[in-house]
Design a protein around this ligand. Structure first.
Ligand code: SDX
Length: 433
């Protein structure tokens, strides 16, 4: 704990404790200002407000630093797997070989879905968005897999493993059924990422042949999406979790928040934007011009970030994964050329420089997913699968927080002063006169 900050409001003055974080971030603890000063604070979008103290992820938006439990994301992307990184985020330390083996075999054991859950998929209208389906199916786990086990720890561990494993099966099943294809079950001999690609792309006439470049790219993709401190969807999971609802429903709410085009839905919006540019002859200038026009709601999707005021460290890695994948598959994606051109033009434009608008994680991620054969409308689902370990870790931390409380912000009221009820006949007379 550091020194204090003095707050003077009207004729009152109070001392507020200062909290210093591990990396020397500073915060003023305002938890007593309503009681002692009679004021609340207002901070639309919470850009200046810390919602909690957390030991999971550290970000430095000025330096472009991202660490999970202290480990730089660059080292995890290079050396780890998504399952090992998920274990790190949820348990706080990297696993031993025995612990990782046990975790992986639990994920395999819990990879199947109750057969009756397939009926849900058959009843979604054809053009249903995979994120709406995923959020519904995750919430439906409440009915098919209610909390089991004696100890609370055991209950949570089973639920956590079920979620991590089944969300992958749900996504692949959604894809298969939307195409009228036979649903493929997970295979016990495949790793987490390879199993997902198998469930997505195996058909009775074309068995899945593991492509190590694809498996590595998917591990890196999901590692880079695994957590990002108190972003919109994670804050949603913590907020819903604070009401003591079960984990499935808190995650289902997080999926809905992530779906938004300002958040995890941006990866789909980036590809749709690049496709539009491509259809218009590949000239990026009109789009950059629109993005700068305050009278035009258009934004350059995949650019800008609430925290990063420099290049998103994840975007750098994803861009290199994209280059590597296209080289390995000897494919050329015209959208990558457009993306790189758009980046060059934007990063040399004073508007983007002055606003510190750089490519974020979503700018190149869709291009990696295209190379893997994932359909565009599933891109936010791929983000959700990656973010799941982070949501779970943050939910657990919120539940175990000694300062935990129901999250219920205040407000400043700007509505009408007190007035009386007007019977409808009088309303008609008032409006008529
Ligand atoms: C993710 O929080 C996280 O950590 C999120 C995430 C994670 O891992 O969980 O990193 C994942 O959501 C990444 C962001 C994906 N979204 C997009 O790419 C959508 C496009 N980007 C923007 O909408 C915007 O940059 C946000 C939403 C990402 C951040 O916006 P802020 O911090 O709320 O800032 P703002 O919207 O108030 O913008 C500040 C100024 C505005 O101009 P003024 O009104 O002040 O004159 O910058 C401008 C904005 O118009 N601006 C943009 C822009 N982003 C911001 N102008 C053009 N194009 C853009 N992309």
């Amino acid at each position: 704990m550091g020194s204090c900050a003095t707050l003077i409001a009207g004729d009152k003055k109070i001392e507020l404790p200062i909290i210093i974080g591990t990396e020397n971030e500073k915060a003023i603890d305002i938890s007593k200002i309503c009681k002692e000063l009679g004021y609340i604070t207002v901070d639309p979008g919470f850009a200046n407000t810390g919602s909690c103290k957390s030991a999971i992820t550290f970000m430095d938006g000025e330096k472009g630093i991202l660490r999970y439990r202290g480990i730089p994301v660059e080292q995890l992307a290079e050396n780890s797997t998504f399952v090992e990184t998920a274990y790190l985020l949820i348990n706080g330390t990297l696993p031993t070989e025995t612990e990782l083996k046990a975790f992986s075999s639990l994920l395999t054991e819990h990879s199947l879905l109750h057969e009756d859950m397939q009926i849900f998929y058959q009843n979604f209208p054809e053009r249903s968005h995979p994120m709406g389906i995923l959020s519904s199916m995750v919430n439906a786990l409440n009915s098919f897999y209610p909390y089991l086990g004696e100890s609370r720890e055991e209950r949570i561990n089973i639920t956590v493993t079920r979620l991590l494993s089944k969300v992958r099966t749900m996504a692949a099943m959604s894809y298969k059924i939307s195409r009228g294809h036979k649903v493929e079950y997970s295979r016990p001999d495949l790793t987490y990422c390879s199993n997902f690609l198998h469930m997505m792309f195996t058909t009775p006439v074309r068995p899945y042949v593991e492509n190590p470049d694809f498996v590595k790219a998917l591990n890196v993709f999901w590692i880079l999406h695994a957590d990002h401190e108190q972003n919109c969807s994670t804050s949603t999971v913590r907020l819903v979790g604070s009401a003591k609802v079960n984990l499935y429903s808190a995650i289902s709410a997080g999926i809905c928040a992530l779906w938004g085009p300002l958040h995890g839905g941006a990866n789909q919006a980036v590809i749709e934007m690049l496709e539009t540019i491509n259809k218009n002859g590949g000239d990026v200038t009109p789009f950059v011009k629109r993005a700068k026009d305050k009278d035009d709601p258009f934004r350059l999707m995949g650019f800008g970030h609430r925290v990063y005021k420099t290049y998103d460290p994840r975007a750098k890695i994803i861009k290199s994964v994209c280059d590597r994948l296209l080289t390995a598959t000897k494919k050329h994606d015209p959208l990558l050329d457009i993306a790189k051109k758009l980046e060059d033009v934007a990063l040399s434009d004073p508007y983007f420089i002055d606003y510190n608008l750089y490519p974020n994680v979503d700018f190149y991620s869709g291009l990696v997913l295209r190379s893997l054969g994932i359909p565009t409308n599933m891109f936010p689902v791929m983000f959700a699968i990656g973010r799941l370990p982070g949501w779970i870790a943050q939910w657990k931390e919120g539940q175990e927080d000694p300062e935990r409380a129901l999250i219920r912000p205040c407000q400043i009221y700007l509505g009408p002063k007190q007035r009386r009820y007007v019977p409808i006949e009088e309303m008609d007379r008032q409006v008529a006169s």
